[in-house]
Design a binder for this molecule. Structure first.
Ligand code: KIV
Length: 258
């Protein structure tokens, strides 16, 4: 890739070159700038925002106003990376809602939008794509449905789930999605989808054989030791380092003079 702006078409083309797509989340100006400077081509203002920044128990409380606020902050860093943003829970119940809310995220600075689901949201996907807004799919475990599903469970273990995932992935590709996030999908099924669909798969907890991987950046940096995740090996223990730095500063401040 050159120094010019990365587009959805560039991300899509990485699959045909066999170049692994490294994607990460960001919710603010400095993190977006740091990820961009590290050469991450796809940055997602995810609705994981709800848990990792706003302190909600899951993503279902995140609002459009909260997404817009954080998309604006991330977009102010004017990244070379493609900046995608999540349509939050209940913001894309109809095609008209999906399009109106995708436009709001674009007005805030997003260059692509993501929504969760397969064939049940095809009208929404088609409306977004027809308006010229790049669409990123999300299949497998759908965090916006965590309450109905009573937790975060691996998908694709049964034959029915395998067939559903394959058909949904194919349908999203045909509707014009430029890539699909596969979350907590059985690695064997993620590999099959990756082989069968023409657009990149970007896995999270879906095994090594996707066209790329995405992580929630605070998980990668060890900023949230209170969440134990099987699919992430933190590269840093940032929470502990922050606590040491703060304790040292406090000690220095309170040390008697002389
Ligand atoms: O909200 C988010 O951060 C996501 C990623 C986990 C893919 O959807």
């Amino acid at each position: 890739m050159t120094g010019i702006k990365i587009t959805a078409a560039d991300i899509r083309a990485m699959k045909s070159r066999g170049e692994k797509i490294a994607a990460l989340t960001a919710y603010d100006f400095p993190t977006t700038r740091l990820l961009d400077q590290a050469g991450i081509p796809l940055i997602l203002v995810g609705d994981s925002l709800g848990m990792v920044v706003l302190g909600y128990p899951d993503t279902t409380s995140v609002t459009m106003a909260e997404m817009e606020h954080h998309v604006r902050a991330a977009a102010r860093s004017r990244p070379r990376a493609l900046l995608a943003a999540d349509l939050p829970f209940r913001s894309y119940a109809t095609a008209a809602d999906a399009l109106a809310n995708a436009r709001r995220l674009v007005a805030a600075g997003a260059e692509a939008v993501k929504a969760e689901g397969g064939r049940e949201i095809l009208d929404q996907v088609r409306a977004i794509v027809a308006a010229g807004i790049p669409f990123l799919g999300h299949l497998g475990m759908l965090p916006q449905h965590v309450r109905e599903e009573n937790g975060y469970h691996l998908k694709g273990k049964s034959e029915a789930e395998r067939l559903k995932l394959l058909a949904d992935a194919q349908a999203l590709a045909e509707a014009g999605a430029f890539a699909i996030v596969l979350e907590l999908v059985s690695p064997r099924v993620a590999q099959a989808i990756t082989r069968q669909v023409p657009i990149p798969t970007i896995g999270i907890g879906a095994g090594p054989d996707c066209d790329g991987q995405i992580l929630v950046t605070p998980d990668l940096l060890g900023l949230q030791p209170w969440y134990q995740l099987k699919h992430v090996k933190p590269k840093l223990n940032a929470a502990a380092q922050i606590q040491v730095a703060i304790a040292e500063w406090k000690q220095d401040l309170q040390r008697p003079a002389g």
